[in-house]
Each structure stands twice: as C-alpha cells, then as structure tokens.
Design a protein around this ligand. Structure first.
Ligand code: PMP
Length: 396
C-alpha cells in the first residue's frame, strides 16, 4: 500500500488535471501508425503521427528489420562501449555523416536521450547556455542536467539573443557559452533563423547546437534545416531523431570528428545504456538510403502540407505561422480544444488535442501532421469534417 502523502498528492493532482482539460488519455492503436489507424475497432484518418514520409510503415524498412533480426538477434546485448557495437551501428553512423554533410556521427537510443547526452557531455557549471524559450522538453532537461546557467531568449527574437549573448560574454563569468535552438519548432511549424543565429554565434564565440528533429527528412532535400540554409560547416552540433521522418527510433549528433570522439568517450547514455537493437538499425539504414536517392516522398509531403494548410485557412481556422507541413489549428481554451478533438474523432479523424504543458496555457491546439502517405481524398475528407465540427462548435 502506498503512503498516505503519496496517495493524497496523486489524487489531488490527477483530479486537478481532469478539471482543467489537461488530462491526457492514451488511445492504443490496433495496427500500424499509417495514414489511417485503427482504434477500438474503428478506422480513422490519422493526423497525429510524426511519420512524415510514411517510412515507419514502408515494407523496405520492415524487410531490412526482419533480415537483421535473423542475422544479429533481437537485442544488441551490451552498451556500445563494451561490446554492443555491431558493424551495422558503424555503417549507419557513416551513412548519416554522409547524409548530413558532416565529418562524423554518433547515434543514441532516442532523440530525447541524445539531448540528455550531448549537452551535458560538453557543458558544465562554469558555462552558460542561451536557449530559445520554445525549445523542446529534452533540450530543457539536457540543459538542467549539465548544470550550466541556462538563459532563455524570446522565441526566435534575434535582438534578444544578441543582447543576452553580449551580456553573457561581457560578464566574464563563463568559460563556454552555447546557443541552442530547435531547427523546426514542432508545435507551430516555424523554422529557426539559423543564418542570424550563426552570425551572432560567430561574433560572440558561441558554440552552436541545432536540434533538427522535425527538419530532418523534411527540409534541405531531407538533410535538414542546416543544409536548407547552407550552413553545414558553421554549426557545431546537429541533432536529429531517427523516429520521425526516418520512421524508426533513435537519435544522433552530427559534427566534427573530434566532437564525436569526445561524445563516444564521455556521453553517458552511450556508455551506460544498451545499444540500439540491430533490427532498428537496419531499418534506419534502409530509410536513409531511400532519402538519399529519392525526393518523391518529400515532395508529396510538402504538397499535402500546403493543401491542408491553405484549405483550413480558407475556412477561417487560425493555422498560425507554420513554414513547414506541420499544420496547427489554434483554438486557445483547453476544454474547447479537447471537445474539438473528440468531435473530430467521432467523425472519423484522429487529430489529438495539444495542451499545456506541451504548449503554453491558453494556446491549446489541434496539431495536424499531414504526411506523404495521405491521399488527396483523405485530406479532402479531413477538410469537410473540420468545416462541420468548426461550425458546430462556433470556432469558424
Ligand atoms: N527533440 C525534438 C525537437 C522533438 O520534437 C523530439 C520528439 N518529440 C525529441 C527531441 C525527442 O525525440 P525522440 O522521440 O526520438 O526521443
């Protein structure tokens, strides 16, 4: 039996979340996370996955996984630094370095892990980190773990970044200063102002760190936001996930040979957490091969994104200022956002409500993630359901 104080803490806080529309219900899928999904025996058009290119359900990846599992087994058996490194892991890292136009790459078991690993491996309590206020939770946690002084700058506000960089530099308090930003901000779909960030970084000798979880496979012919701006040799850390457009699981840092050498020596998830399973690694290799040789899926993703965004905007929805296929539909009030999502579900569209703490309070939204795997008919159906439910709830 749990302690009385724990019981009271849990009950009070769970009830509080329920009353504010902040309680998250998990809907288990009964099959793959494709353009349509099955939940509770019902087939729905899916607008909530990060499976941007449809590769998570691509048979070429599935076949590569099966073959690798048969050859190497189900698990890697050890951490990378003992004997969990297989030739497959190295093949993947070489391929990713080529794909990202950097000297070297290190992979981790997740994108989240990657931020926990990389920031704290180079930054410590004598350093400072300038972090965009809308950066992802794993960046925030990675900064905390490093014990460096974290200074938030206003979202994509280059004047604020410049002022904070100048103040930090002139204070003389810090050995190293880093600037960290998401490449694409996942809740709004806007792109970081990397050319200006790089200029400021060069002026004040800042280490540059870009988490491109949502830019990889989407921008820069798939190579990401840094390539999109032609800045591959001017960013120190390029972080990416292997779980979104790439379609599998894992994360990586792309950078100089010396940086990757250091991370292999000192980043804790690499040293103390078991290596990625061979089936996943083989699927990622197959996925990167597809991306390096064929732009068809990326083109389709953008066409679908542009279509959905412009149709929802025409209907009068607030789709924010996205510059990528991510299509938010901002409603504001959390309870109303949940209600909207529930009605979409009843009408055959799965588009999850995103509320605090994932986005600031009062900015509840449905975040639509069109993918390359959606057909035009599916998206037309989504638009007509949005129109019906939007009018019914007085949103448009
Ligand atoms: N960084 C960003 C910007 C993300 O959006 C995410 C995923 N939500 C992560 C890191 C974590 O990646 P993963 O899901 O691979 O752990």
């Amino acid at each position: 039996m749990s302690s009385h104080s724990l019981e009271q803490f849990l009950t009070e806080n769970i009830e509080d979340l329920k009353s504010k529309g902040l309680y998250n219900v998990i809907d288990p899928l009964q099959g793959p996370n494709g353009p349509t999904i099955d939940i509770e025996g019902k087939s729905l058009i899916n607008l909530s996955s990060n499976n941007y290119l449809g590769l998570a359900t691509d048979n070429r990846l599935v076949d590569a996984s099966i073959e690798a599992a048969k050859k190497y087994g189900a698990g890697a058996g050890a951490v990378r630094t003992i004997n969990g490194t297989m030739d497959l892991h190295l093949e993947l890292e070489h391929k990713l370095a080529e794909f990202k136009h950097t000297e070297a790459v290190i992979t981790y078991q997740s994108g989240f892990n990657c931020n926990m690993a990389a920031i704290s491996a180079v930054m410590d309590k004598n350093d400072a980190i300038l972090s965009d206020e809308l950066n992802h939770a794993s960046i925030i946690d990675g900064c905390r773990l490093s014990r460096a002084k974290t200074i938030r700058f206003k979202h994509s506000d280059m004047e604020d970044l410049r002022a904070q960089a100048k103040a930090a530099k002139e204070s003389g308090l810090y050995n190293k200063i880093m600037v960290i930003t998401d490449g694409v901000f996942s809740m709004d779909g806007d792109i970081a102002k990397l050319p200006e960030i790089v200029q400021i970084a060069e002026e004040f000798d800042l280490i540059t760190y870009v988490d491109d979880a949502h830019g990889s496979g989407v921008l820069g012919q798939g190579a990401g936001t840094v390539k999109h701006f032609g800045l591959s040799d001017r960013i120190d850390f390029q972080i990416g996930t292997l779980s979104k457009a790439i379609g599998v699981v894992g994360g990586y840092v792309a950078g100089s040979t010396k940086l990757i050498e250091w991370l292999k020596l000192r980043s804790r998830p690499f040293l103390f957490s078991t290596a990625m399973p061979p089936a996943s690694v083989a699927a990622i290799i197959a996925s990167v091969d597809i991306l390096m040789n064929d732009q068809t899926l990326i083109k389709k993703l953008w066409e679908n994104g542009d279509f959905l965004k412009s149709e929802l905007k025409k209907l009068g929805f607030d789709v924010g200022h996205s510059e990528t296929p991510i299509t938010p539909c901002i409603i504001g009030d959390e309870v109303k956002t949940q209600e909207f999502s529930k009605r979409l579900y009843e009408e055959g569209v799965y588009a999850k409500a995103i509320v605090f703490p994932t986005v600031p309070k009062g900015t509840g939204r449905i975040r639509n993630m069109p993918t390359a795997a959606h057909s035009r008919e599916m998206l037309e159906q989504v638009v007509s359901v949005y129109e019906k439910v939007g009018k019914e709830l007085g949103i448009i």
